[in-house]
Design a binder for this molecule. Structure first.
Ligand code: ADP
Ligand code: MG
Ligand code: MG
Length: 256
């Protein structure tokens, strides 16, 4: 079975249908990019995958390792090895990144490996140091209070550090490039590339092609009006960068 499958997903918010029949199959070892104009439903898809309580699912399934995760709460999805950036709190007063990460890592480890597999404080610090080094991040970063006074770039780096620590098998990154200057974009992307491995898969959501120069996708999908209108290889992203989204809209209108 594929690692991650979306079948005829229809979902929305407050009775308003936004996703109108999404289908997607992602195998281990693959990086997929989801592109599309503003308002096409990309973030809605990310929220529904994450299990955000504001969103309603009208039809369809999301299978992770063959199990329909739409029936599971967000924390259960995380414990199964899915990484969804938004399920993390935006700011918790008085909690450092290291403390937060220790709780998150141990919760996932206990669920995936067994109750006795929580890391001791010393083991945790070693793992944290290893990941910080891999991501070329300063050790002081982990002592910062969670998201307190974080710049856009720091929030994105914190997200990548969380991802590195949790060692997920499937991760969704929504607009990881937004608000990053070119140096921060390169640092964050290199971090993602370093932690990617053939046992996992990645869904990178982006309006602009720019981040895909650094994180090279195997497949590119274009979402239009709540549906995946076109899928292709990496060259599709370049074509979109050159020609914009209008030609997809025209072709899709003809086909519909
Ligand atoms: P994208 O990420 O592709 O820009 P979104 O998923 O954010 O698209 O938005 C898709 C559509 O859903 C848009 O028409 C948007 O206005 C609508 N939408 C998104 N969030 C909400 C919300 N909280 N309440 C009502 N409509 C929403
Ligand atoms: Mg948007
Ligand atoms: Mg969005």
């Amino acid at each position: 079975t594929p690692l991650f499958v979306i079948e005829n997903l229809r979902a929305g918010i407050e009775g308003k249908e936004i996703l109108r029949g999404v289908n997607l199959v992602i195998e281990r070892g693959e990086i997929h990019a989801l592109m599309g104009p503003n308002g096409s439903g990309k973030s809605t898809l990310a929220y529904v995958i994450a299990g955000h309580p504001n969103y309603e699912v009208y039809e369809g399934r999301i299978l992770y390792k063959g199990e329909n995760v739409l029936e599971l709460p967000p924390d259960e999805r995380a414990r199964m090895g899915m990484f969804l950036a938004f399920q993390y709190p935006t700011a918790i007063p008085g909690v450092t990144m290291a403390n937060f990460l220790r709780l998150a890592v141990n919760s996932v480890r206990k669920a995936r490996l067994g109750e006795d597999k929580a890391l001791s404080p010393r083991e945790f610090r070693r793992l944290l140091r290893e990941k910080l080094e891999m991501l070329r991040m300063d050790e002081s970063f982990a002592s910062r209070y969670l998201n307190e006074g974080f710049s856009g770039g720091e929030k994105k780096r914190a997200e990548i550090l969380q991802m590195a620590m949790l060692e997920p098998e499937f991760a969704v990154l929504d607009e990881t490039d937004s608000g990053l200057d070119i140096d921060a974009l390169r640092t964050v992307s290199e971090g993602v590339n370093r932690l990617f491995n053939p046992n996992m898969a990645l869904l990178v959501i982006t309006h602009y092609q720019r981040i895909l120069n650094y994180i090279r996708p195997h497949y590119v999908h274009v979402m239009l009006d709540g549906k995946i209108a076109v899928s292709g290889g990496p060259e599709l992203a370049e074509e979109l960068e050159e020609k914009g989204y209008d030609w997809v809209k025209e072709q899709f209108a003809e086909a519909a």
